[in-house]
Design a protein around this ligand. Structure first.
Ligand SMILES: C[S@@+](CC[C@H](N)C(=O)[O-])C[C@H]1O[C@@H](n2cnc3c(N)ncnc32)[C@H](O)[C@@H]1O
Length: 347
């Protein structure tokens, strides 16, 4: 009963704010316009129509029942509450305690679970993993963007949507570029650090461990990518020729692989791969996650000259224990080769 009364009072107060009766709260303190029902929409800087359109562009499935979604840098929570409406079990993270999020959560009777965390502390150990991760408008606020993307990748099972300020309007370049802001050069805000171009965002997402990246929106100074953990072209049937013979840790030469660390590399020796095969044409999958090979070519040891060598990073977020490694190339799918993932870090 008490809860009901509090919700009623809060709704009335928000309604007052929305129509400008409380100037202090009405004047721009909401970033997101959120439809709270009963004709109350929070007076956000971004309109409801604009945010709904952005949500649709993310490419999330219409039905999110049974799916876990993580919204990193949720602020007032528009995207968290919208995904929950579609059936998702939502976890929302921000590096502070955004009071508007809690007002809206209460009025919407949302079950979204909030964690006051920095993206650097987002991990599988802390939060588990998620089918979908939203990482919208946060990248350029970070001093360590690649480190953050590694954490985003570690907790993503299907895809993450990454949205950022970009500098493609300033520099015509196909090369990856990122501009640094020591003080408040970007928008007069001291907490803006980096401006990447879209190519740089895409390459960083892959370097963080995502298999493939799709550009879904490009505006003058904003860009949106969908970064996938899985390839979309795995052949159905096994090849009669393509065969993984041996797999070793490329750095330690051991047969096991630490779960963490960007210096944890898998080296595999493969028969049946043409000598002309290129890095961009070879797909590697470890424990179900796709990863880009860093090397495809002749093995160093002349005794292995009949084979080809492929090196690839250990993808973030693997389960401990035995996982299969497989590759494919030009429609030919290899055998599964089992490797052992152990706790540990290789930097
Ligand atoms: C520009 S707002 C974007 C809000 C929302 N995601 C959107 O796209 O409308 C940036 C958000 O990221 C949060 N943020 C900044 N640094 C962060 C960090 N290190 N970890 C988690 N969130 C952070 C801010 O508090 C803020 O809520």
């Amino acid at each position: 009963m008490k809860q009901h009364q509090r919700s009623h009072e809060l709704r009335q107060k928000l309604l007052d704010d929305a129509i400008g009766m409380n100037a202090e709260l009405a004047g721009g303190s909401w970033w997101h316009s959120i439809d709270l029902g009963g004709g109350v929409v929070t007076p956000g800087v971004h309109s409801l129509g604009e945010l709904q359109q952005h949500y649709e562009r993310l490419g999330l499935p219409e039905d999110l029942n049974g799916k876990r979604l993580l919204d990193i840098g949720c602020w007032d929570g528009f995207y968290s509450f919208a995904a929950e409406k579609h059936g998702a079990q939502v976890t929302s993270v921000d590096c502070w305690h955004p009071s508007n999020f809690f007002k809206a959560k209460e009025l919407l009777q949302s079950q979204a679970e909030f964690h006051e965390l920095s993206v650097y502390d987002v991990s599988q150990a802390r939060l588990g993993s998620f089918d979908y991760v939203l990482f919208l408008g946060v990248l350029y606020h970070l001093r360590h963007p690649l480190l953050a993307l590694e954490q985003v990748c570690e907790v993503t099972r299907e895809f993450a949507v990454i949205e950022s300020h970009v500098i493609d309007n300033l520099y015509e370049a196909e090369r990856p570029l990122m501009e640094f802001y020591e003080f408040d050069e970007l928008g007069g805000q001291y907490d803006n650090w980096w401006g990447p171009n879209l190519e740089c965002m895409a390459q960083m997402a892959r370097a963080a461990g995502f298999a493939r990246v799709e550009l879904i929106q490009r505006e003058d100074t904003r860009g949106v990518l969908r970064a996938h953990r899985r390839w979309d072209d795995r052949p159905e049937t096994l090849s009669a020729h393509l065969r993984i013979h041996k797999v070793l840790n490329a750095v330690t030469v051991a047969r096991h692989f630490p779960r963490h660390g960007r210096h944890a590399f898998i080296a595999m020796w493969v028969a049946g791969l043409p000598k002309t095969a290129k890095r961009w044409d070879v797909r590697v999958e470890v424990g179900g996650f796709g990863i880009h090979p860093t090397y495809v070519g002749q093995p160093g040891d002349p005794r292995d000259a009949a084979l080809m060598q492929i090196n690839a990073p250990v993808p973030p977020g693997l389960e401990l224990g035995t996982v299969p490694v497989r590759i494919w190339h030009a429609g030919e799918l290899s055998n599964d080769f089992e490797i052992e993932i152990v706790e540990g870090t290789q930097w």
